[in-house]
Each structure stands twice: as C-alpha cells, then as structure tokens.
Design a protein around this ligand. Structure first.
Ligand code: AMP
Ligand code: GLY
Length: 429
C-alpha cells in the first residue's frame, strides 16, 4: 500500500514512524514532512492548503491511503474536494469532511452540538460586534477567572483567560474588532472550569469507534505551568488518574453521545476525534473538540499502540472499524518538547542542531521544526523536536526522555524540566 501523511510536525513524524513499521506499507510519503520524516519516508514538497496541489501529488504517486495531520486543510474542506474527484475513487482518506471538521473550526458550532447531545461542557454564551455591550454586561455577572474564546481557528491563541474584569472586557473588544480576523467575529464567554486536563482520542468511521491511549499535555512554556500557552511542551501516556472507572465515564458520557451525534447529524466523518477534557471533581467535562490528533500527544500515543495501525486506518476510511482492532503496549511513554529560544513568541530559525547518536531503543526523537540539508540538521520552527522515552513506569520513561534531551543541542534550545513530575506520585504502573 502507498500511504501519504499530510503535515510537517512531530505528530506527523510519530504517525509516519508507526506506519513505517507495518508490513502493509510498501511506500510511505510525508508532505511536506521535516528532517525526521526524511529518514523514514519520502518527503514531497506541497503547500498543504493548496487543494489542487494535494490532488496532483495523490494522483502522481498513486496513493492508496491519505492521513491528514493538521486541522486547517480539514476545516477548509480538503476531504470534500478530494472525494468529488472521480480519478481518486479508490483513495482511502482518514480525516473528516468540512462539516464534521466544524467541531474544531467553530467553537460555537461545537458548543451547540454538545448541548444538543447532552455532552457535559462549560456553559457559554456567544457575542458579536453588535452585541459587544451585552457581552461586557454578561462578564459583569460572572466571577473571575473570565474565559473568552474566539469562535474560529486562531493558531492556538484564541483562548484568553484573565482574572481581571476590565482586562477581559478589553480583550473581548479587541477580539470582536478583528484581532483574529473572521475567526474572532464571534466570541464565546465561557464558564471557567477548574481541574486537571486530559486528552482522549478515538478513531471513528462515523458509526463506531476505537479508543486510543489517552495522554496529558503540558501547555505552558514554563515549569509549574507558568507563562504563556504553547502548542504543547511535553506529554505523558498513560495518565495515572485516568483509571478504568474514569475512562468508562468518559466513554459513556462523552464518547458514545459524540459518535451518536456525528451519526445523527450525518457528518461524513472518518478520522480522529480528540476530546480536550478537564476533570472537575470526579466528572469529565469537554473543553474542546479537535478533529485530528494532538501534538505532542501523538508522540506518546503512537508508541503505546501495539497493534499494526494500518488496518485501523484502513477500517476507519472504509467504514469497517471494529473495537477488537486495537491492543495497547503495557509500557509508559513520555515526551519532552525542545523549542527555540523565544518560543512561543518570536524566535529564530536556521540554527545548526547537534545530535549525538544514541543506541537506547527506549529513546525516540520525533522531529517537528527541522530541515535536513545535505550536510546538517537545522531548526525550522518554534517547536523543534520531541524526545520520547519509554519505560515500565513514568519515572523510567521520563529518565529516558531526559537522557535523550541531553543528546541534542543548539544555540538557545529550551525545554521544560518538569514534564510528568506532577503525576509521579500517582504513578502506579
Ligand atoms: P484551547 O485552545 O481550547 O485548547 O484552550 C486552551 C487552554 O485554555 C485549555 O487547554 C485550557 O487549559 C484552557 N481552557 C479552555 N477552556 C477553559 C475553561 N472553560 N475553563 C478553564 N480553562 C479553560
Ligand atoms: N497539544 C494540543 C493540541 O494539539 O491541540
């Protein structure tokens, strides 16, 4: 089978790494890929939001299975575009249609969906430029912290949480005045939820689902969850507090009604659903849906899947999923993201990366923002590499991650020293 993964992050490298182990995969392509995918697949140059260019490479390389990594092409309707092409009638696609992708592309749409299907989520009201005054009045009725969310995609920057009422009114004004263009022409003011976060993933063919290993992401740039939000600075899987009873609650109260909603609404949905959850007391609550895998969560989820992933992806695309298709590894996986100086603000690219060769098979480097030139590996993004460690427990996995971290260096390299530390005391595995 010829398989193409669209995207260029650590997530896509981790998916490629897992697929490359499958005997069912004869040829693997990543477009555009990065310095890491270069070593295990053929990187193809493409602008992922250029639907015609994606169509052309699918034809040219006679791809059988396409996996779409990031949300933008999904929200922009790439799947709908490709499914209309008679030349691609045989192509299997993992990724939802535009309507299904609205679960991530519009927070208002997702909120209405959750309310309709009785899925626990934070209470919210939506405002636009015309209702700015009402929005401010509504903020006055709430107690801090105040949560504002741009309705559309804002590259991970669309959620603003402040303690101060006047700050939050100013932020509301800025958002509605077009801080993120059309993405913030509607803004949700949402109830603040206090608790510990968890990422849960399923593959669905729009009818049934398979639950993948769960993960916890560390979003803030600084140790002890301080400083600005990032795309994610590290992740661990499994998550000790997500025990069998809690996962069962998530399945019953959140996953099943979501899949039922997808079915009822008639979304053409063959792909991943990422449930961004928060554990409030002992109850799971949805803070967001994503219609793709998480990054860096994928860098711990893939190493925890024991089964061949290709039959799972094929069954997802074909509408033939069944629950028996997945088996998990018993080991733990952790990942530490190495980022450029200045990230998540402005940062420099083009730094030469020094990498010591490691022979420890429990350390895996997933590249994100890197490019391989004929002579060297250089930085090409804010998040540069994710170092995954495997181990019998969290402590051992983390020791491997950090041993891997010490084998990489470039000018200004930054990372968090405390990934997984809050969970170590809960580490029962
Ligand atoms: P998002 O961009 O939707 O992933 O949100 C970014 C982060 O904001 C989440 O990971 C949470 O930490 C936080 N967040 C979002 N919604 C809420 C909420 N209703 N209450 C508390 N924290 C929230
Ligand atoms: N790590 C969170 C995300 O991928 O959205």
């Amino acid at each position: 089978m010829k398989i193409l993964i669209l995207g260029s992050g650590g997530r896509e490298h981790a998916i490629a790494w897992k697929i490359s182990k499958s005997p069912l995969c004869n040829e693997l392509f990543v477009a555009p890929g990065n310095g890491g995918t270069d070593a295990i697949a053929t990187n193809l140059v493409v602008e992922i939001n250029d639907q015609k260019a994606v169509f052309e490479i699918l034809l040219k390389y006679q791809i059988d299975l396409l996996i779409i990594g990031p949300e933008d092409p999904l929200v922009n309707g790439l799947v709908d575009f490709l499914k209309q092409k008679t030349e691609l009638a045989q192509l299997m696609i993992v990724g939802p249609s535009a309507l299904g992708a609205k679960l991530e592309g519009s927070k208002d749409f997702a909120k209405q969906f959750m309310v309709k299907y009785g899925i626990p989520t934070a209470a919210a009201k939506v405002f636009n430029k015309k209702s700015l005054a009402e929005g401010k009045q509504f903020l006055e009725t709430l107690s801090p912290p105040y949560v504002l969310k741009a309705d559309g995609l804002a590259a991970g920057k669309g959620v603003i949480i402040t303690e101060d009422l006047s700050d939050s009114k100013r932020s509301l004004e800025k958002l509605l005045e077009g801080q993120f263009g059309a993405a913030s022409s509607n803004v949700l003011i949402e109830e603040f939820l206090s608790g510990i976060e968890l990422s849960v993933f399923v593959l669905t063919d729009g009818n049934t689902y398979v639950i993948l290993p769960e993960a916890k992401d560390y979003k803030r740039i600084g140790e002890a969850d301080t400083g600005p939000n990032t795309g994610g600075m590290g992740a661990v899987s499994p998550v000790p507090f997500a025990d069998e009873a809690f996962m069962k609650k998530i399945e019953t109260k959140i996953i099943i009604p979501t899949i039922e909603g997808i079915k009822q609404e008639g979304f053409d949905y063959h792909g991943f659903v990422f449930f961004g959850l928060i554990k409030v007391g002992d109850e799971p609550v949805v803070i967001e849906y994503n219609v793709r895998m998480g990054d860096p969560e994928t860098e711990v989820v893939m190493p925890r899947i024991k089964s061949d992933i290709v039959p799972l992806l094929v069954a997802t695309a074909r509408g033939e999923l069944n629950r028996g298709l997945i088996e998990f590894e018993t080991h733990c996986a952790t990942t530490v993201m190495l980022v450029a100086a200045g990230y998540p603000g402005t940062y420099e690219k083009g730094k030469k990366i020094g990498v010591e060769k490691l022979s420890n098979k429990n350390i895996i480097s997933f590249h994100a923002g890197t490019i391989l030139t004929p002579n060297e590996l250089i930085t090409n993004g804010g998040r540069v590499m994710a170092i995954t460690g495997l181990g019998d427990d969290l402590t051992q996995a983390l020791a491997n991650s950090y041993a891997g971290v010490r084998s990489v260096s470039w000018e200004g390299m930054n990372y968090r020293l405390d990934i997984g530390f809050d969970l170590k005391s809960l580490d029962g595995k």
